[in-house]
Design a protein around this ligand. Structure first.
Ligand code: HEC
Ligand code: HEC
Length: 340
């Protein structure tokens, strides 16, 4: 009898505690929803010579959303191995990593094909969802048991529980702000600085039939969001099959996503497998190392290219001098992109 009373008493106390806590929780929800209305729209600034960016209507940029994405980008909480995105995408190297040979996070807001072989296509949000769910296999419970994250997510996405989709959306917001557009070449385009005669010569080679670089590494973003075989291999094995591994189409053998050349001075080693240690090696490839295969890009089989670009020593140096004008020190030192 006494015991039963105790049980009932305990039950009553318990439900009071629950009631108090859920009240508290509810009042929390209210305050957070009021704050939701105060999210600050963020205006993305990009040069006029960039293509129009499309930002999904369901993930408009806000100062708070970008800040959350940035926090996540630098936080090991997303992975189960003590890594953060920034472990392999470090700002000083234009968000690549020299050892891992990862891909740069530069102007990805304009991209709709991701990874060297383009195995992820769609919006930046889709790429981020892949990173979180498939690559990191993020343990969502870790975020849901972290009160700071829960309230940050609630403020932005209005739900009680954090989802991998919300993580992807926040990361996508931050990555859209990783804009590099302040290199020496950009300043030259804005009449703010001059290029040396060597850099100008390099630009002419780059941007004419002589070097033909601009067809794929087009001015502005310095990529074309397409896949090409640039003649690195004569036979294709494993990862070197490139886009073929995604489409199984023999026409795609040896094709890879054109990487941006912005900050290329900082992103060695080069190519999907990091086979070239220096820009000299890369230029020498285009100059004399192109392998003729069925899927080789037609640009590299034009008559004047059949035996390589045939650049002089000076011309190769000029081309490299031009590539180095794409280094954007303001970007790699931008405090708004660094670890918060
Ligand atoms: C262990 C190292 C590592 C970590 C950690 C890492 N990445 Fe990467 N990332 C890579 C490598 C390597 C590639 C190129 C892989 C490929 O294409 O095969 C890459 C490619 C990418 C790309 C494709 C870029 C393009 O131009 O197509 C995106 C986007 C990306 N990573 C985002 C992220 C995000 C977001 C995180 C954190 C959630 C992250 N990465 C964490 C190594 C890493
Ligand atoms: C037909 C299109 C095409 C042309 C023309 C072209 N590229 Fe490329 N470039 C690519 C592709 C695709 C890759 C990546 C290939 C890979 O990793 O397998 C690449 C890679 C590079 C890289 C390595 C970048 C990195 O981050 O790893 C550099 C540097 C480069 N190209 C410079 C040039 C220069 C300089 C020229 C002109 C002489 C040129 N490219 C002409 C498509 C092209």
């Amino acid at each position: 009898m006494k015991n039963k009373k105790l049980v009932i008493f305990n039950a009553v106390i318990f439900s009071i505690i629950v009631a108090v806590f859920s009240c508290k929780k509810e009042s929390n929800i209210e305050t957070l929803e009021i704050e939701q209305n105060t999210l600050t729209p963020y205006n993305l600034v990009a040069p006029s010579y960039f293509p129009q960016i499309s930002i999904p209507a369901d993930n408009l940029l806000t100062v708070e959303g970008i800040a959350l994405g940035r926090k996540l980008y630098y936080d090991t909480i997303l992975s189960n191995t003590g890594l953060s995105c920034s472990s392999c995408h470090t700002q000083a190297a234009s968000f690549t990593n020299p050892i891992i040979n990862s891909m740069a996070h530069v102007n990805l807001g304009w991209s709709n094909k991701f990874l060297w072989n383009g195995s992820v296509e769609g919006r930046l949000e889709d790429a981020m969802l892949f990173e979180v769910e498939d690559f990191f296999n993020t343990d969502i419970n870790k975020l849901n048991s972290n009160m700071e994250y829960r309230s940050l997510f609630k403020k932005i996405f209005k739900t009680d529980a954090v989802t991998t989709q919300q993580i992807a959306y926040a990361l996508a917001q931050f990555i859209r702000t990783q804009i590099s557009s302040n290199s020496k070449f950009d300043r030259y385009l804005r009449y703010e600085t001059m290029l040396s005669s060597s850099e100008i010569n390099g630009f002419v080679i780059y941007n004419s039939e002589k070097g033909d670089c601009f067809h794929c590494h087009s001015l502005g973003l310095f990529n074309d969001n397409q896949f090409h075989n640039i003649g690195l291999d004569s036979i294709f094995v494993g990862v070197n099959k490139g886009r073929y591994n995604v489409t199984q189409d023999p026409d795609d053998l040896g094709k890879f996503k054109t990487p941006t050349l912005r900050n290329v001075e900082l992103t060695a080693p080069y190519m999907h497998d990091g086979r070239f240690a220096s820009l000299e090696d890369v230029v020498e490839h285009y100059n004399s190392g192109v392998n003729l295969t069925a899927t080789l890009d037609p640009i590299l089989t034009k008559p004047n290219h059949q035996f390589g670009l045939q650049l002089t020593v000076q011309e190769k140096q000029d081309l490299i001098a031009f590539l180095k004008t794409l280094t954007d020190t303001a970007f790699v030192n931008n405090p708004e992109l660094s670890e918060p």
